[in-house]
Ligand binder design. Structure first.
Ligand SMILES: Cc1cc2nc3c(=O)[nH]c(=O)nc-3n(C[C@H](O)[C@H](O)[C@H](O)COP(=O)(O)OP(=O)(O)OC[C@H]3O[C@@H](n4cnc5c(N)ncnc54)[C@H](O)[C@@H]3O)c2cc1C
Length: 368
């Protein structure tokens, strides 16, 4: 066991990733989750945002509004563009100085690149791609018994142990694993975007800003960002969508997505997909929902011609309302659906679109 004074490690840190001066959604979700965890640890536990870049102090206000008690601010022109080694250096220095107990990152491309490097530098563990976090043993038992097949028989709900219990899908999503980091600090996790709940923002909330002067030189950064080229393909923002109209292999072929696009346009949603359609080359991977795609939590998720494989469910089962359309009445998707329609999607979707028009006309007539 490492020679660590555990009493020195306090508070929950969130790496609040910003790009071009805009906070990523997942950063705000993690501040909300940090807030929830902090209440299960102690009244003294603070949620701290770690904000890195150049000329980004204005973002501290948004962090406070979404649940941060304090913001550690590291600004330097060398940190304007993300680089793995530059960010790793300043984060490792800050952690060694301030000693957070828990440190959360979004499982974005940057978070997935950065967190393992920081973990290695600090000689601590990292659980990647978490979908659930607990500190209280009682809360963990409740979650595990309701949502997983994990065995909790040996656990005592009265146990005061506050180690972070980090749960993530394992073995291709066929089971859930819970991982702890009892012998090292900080306890680190990356968390999938779209899984945790943002807090309702509190306008005008304030907190402490702690400025850290980074010790960073050109010699610390071994790569140079010459140019940032954005992909020219049409990008879909599944994580922000209120309504997602997803199709699976039951759509038949690529041309079926024309209907899905019309459906999504009609209901004000975006088009999603199962992996089967992506693998078949019918639609781009940016539309894929699931374990190896995007995790989503829209108000309404239409699953059309999707069987409901566990890897697909892993990405959408927390949607507020799930509507499944499938011609097989025994399809597993119906087990998670709030509304199930047994039928051919090519008949059902046009009927829903027509009903949508009727409902809109009725709404217009009654609100005039
Ligand atoms: C490591 C790993 C990661 C994975 N990650 C993902 C992931 O991120 N996302 C994902 O989706 N999958 C993922 N998968 C694949 C997953 O296991 C399934 O193979 C996939 O989700 C199946 O897609 P589907 O439901 O579209 O196809 P199918 O399972 O073939 O289901 C098609 C469904 O359409 C219905 N149907 C057929 N015709 C019609 C019609 N005309 N009208 C209505 N219904 C119709 C059928 O009854 C059937 O239920 C992963 C697998 C592995 C091993």
């Amino acid at each position: 066991m490492a020679n660590i004074n555990f009493d020195e490690y306090k508070n929950i840190w969130v790496f609040v990733e910003q790009r071009n001066g805009k906070l990523m959604n997942v950063a705000l979700e993690l501040l909300g989750e940090g807030h929830k965890l902090s209440r299960d640890i102690s009244d003294e536990t603070k949620v701290c945002a770690l904000l890195i870049g150049d000329g980004i102090e204005n973002l501290a206000q948004e962090c406070f509004e979404y649940g941060a008690d304090c913001v550690y601010l590291i600004e330097d022109e060398k940190l304007k563009q993300y680089t793995t080694d530059g960010y790793t250096k300043v984060i490792a220095d800050a952690v060694n100085e301030f000693k957070p107990d828990i440190f959360l990152y979004g499982a974005t491309h940057i978070g997935r690149d950065l967190a393992p490097r920081v973990a290695a530098r600090l000689k601590t563990g990292l659980t990647a791609d978490c979908t659930h976090l607990d500190v209280s043993v009682a809360e963990y038992i409740k979650f595990a018994e309701e949502n997983t097949t994990l065995n909790t028989k040996s656990l005592n709900p009265e146990d005061p142990n506050k180690n972070l219990k980090m749960t993530r899908p394992a073995f291709g999503g066929n089971l859930m694993a819970t991982i702890v980091c009892p012998n090292h600090r900080p306890q680190m996790a990356t968390v999938r975007p779209g899984v945790m709940q943002k807090m309702e923002p509190v306008a005008g909330a304030t907190g402490e800003i702690i400025r850290i002067k980074p010790e960073i030189s050109d010699a610390d950064i071994h790569i140079q960002v010459v140019e940032v080229v954005k992909s020219a393909k049409e990008l879909v923002s599944l994580t922000d969508a209120d309504i997602i109209c997803s199709a699976g292999r039951g759509i038949g072929d690529a041309s079926g997505f024309d209907l899905m696009k019309k459906f999504a346009d009609k209901v004000g949603g975006v088009v999603g997909s199962s992996r089967a359609c992506v693998d078949a080359g019918w639609i781009d991977h940016s539309h894929q929902v699931g374990q190896t795609g995007t995790t989503v939590k829209p108000k309404i998720y239409f699953a059309c011609g999707i069987s409901g494989a566990i890897q697909h469910l892993a990405g959408m089962q927390n949607s507020d309302i799930i509507v499944a359309i499938n011609k097989d009445p025994d399809s597993p998707i119906f087990e998670v659906a709030d509304y199930g329609i047994v039928g051919d999607l090519y008949k059902v979707i046009p009927e829903i679109m027509a009903e949508w028009d009727n409902a809109e006309a009725l709404y217009d007539a009654t609100t005039k």
